[in-house]
Design a binder for this molecule. Structure first.
Ligand SMILES: NC(=O)c1ccc[n+]([C@@H]2O[C@H](COP(=O)([O-])OP(=O)(O)OC[C@H]3O[C@@H](n4cnc5c(N)ncnc54)[C@H](OP(=O)(O)O)[C@@H]3O)[C@@H](O)[C@H]2O)c1
Length: 236
């Protein structure tokens, strides 16, 4: 089993999460509130190693009321320092990494109360990662990018819902919403909701209708019955 998984992003009209030079300030206040409501409605929030290194997000709930979820960083190559802000609360930070790293490489993480998940020996096994999160009690997972992580979840059939805010900007180049380094995606989505979060910022909620391969989601969390009430740019 795996968690019901929601990808949440703010992107430009041309589908960029960040410009080529790394500029990401494309959110608005309403979008930030929406993101934090979504965090509060989930058991864990996850980002890829690049986002963690570049933005050092806290991944907690600040602009809405509610409980802060677990903060998960997918970091196969241990590039994110144990001092990352997402790991600042003992027992709340989770690192998903490779089995090949000896305990000594993770000693500082453990000392800081970071939960260590090993998924795959030499290559990250995303299915195993999702199963391990489920075993940890994560039933609803919010994924806040970046584009490479979004691509891998979509291509492996591990995403159930996509929530994007289209910001009124065009970057022309940069990191795409689903940034696939090889191959291509053919994922079909069903539009469920359209809302303006701030004048000019349009929020779209989609369910992923294909592919549905891979691990089953938990009972009662099928697309369309997520019960999500949650209504930001990149993680902060
Ligand atoms: N506008 C928004 O809403 C938003 C949201 C999030 C991020 N961002 C921006 O997006 C940019 C970062 O995005 P990104 O696409 O470059 O990176 P990313 O998805 O944040 O991180 C990619 C890295 O995470 C690890 N990873 C992800 N998926 C993996 C998988 N399936 N298997 C193994 N490893 C995996 C790999 O680390 P290794 O390279 O170590 O193997 C990979 O290079 C930043 O500029 C950030 O500010 C914007």
């Amino acid at each position: 089993m795996r968690p019901y998984t929601i990808i949440f992003s703010a992107e430009t009209l041309d589908g960029k999460l960040a410009s080529k030079s790394g500029y990401t300030r494309i959110g608005c206040e309403g979008e930030l509130r929406e993101l934090h409501l979504m965090r509060a409605s989930c058991d864990a929030v996850m980002v890829g190693a690049n986002t963690a290194v570049q933005d050092d997000p806290r991944l907690n709930v600040r602009y809405a009321s509610g409980r802060s979820p677990l903060r998960v960083i997918l970091d196969p190559n241990l590039r994110v320092p144990p001092t990352a802000r997402a790991f600042s609360v003992p027992g709340k930070g989770v690192i998903i990494t490779l089995g090949k790293w000896g305990e000594e490489r993770l000693e500082e993480h453990r000392r800081r109360g970071v939960i260590v998940i090993r998924a795959g020996e030499e290559r990250l096994d995303l299915y195993k990662a999702m199963e391990s999160l489920y075993e940890l009690g994560v039933r609803r997972l919010l994924v806040e990018g970046g584009g490479r992580l979004n691509c891998s979840l979509l291509s492996e059939g591990l995403a159930d819902e996509v929530r994007v805010t289209i910001a009124p900007y065009v970057f022309g180049a940069g990191v795409s919403f689903a940034h696939c380094e090889e191959g291509e995606l053919r994922v079909e989505l069903a539009l469920r909701e359209v809302r303006e979060l701030c004048p000019g910022w349009v929020h779209l909620v989609y369910h992923v209708i294909r592919p549905r391969k891979g691990l089953a989601g938990p009972p009662g969390f099928e697309p369309g019955t997520s019960g999500s009430e949650g209504r930001r740019s990149g993680p902060s």
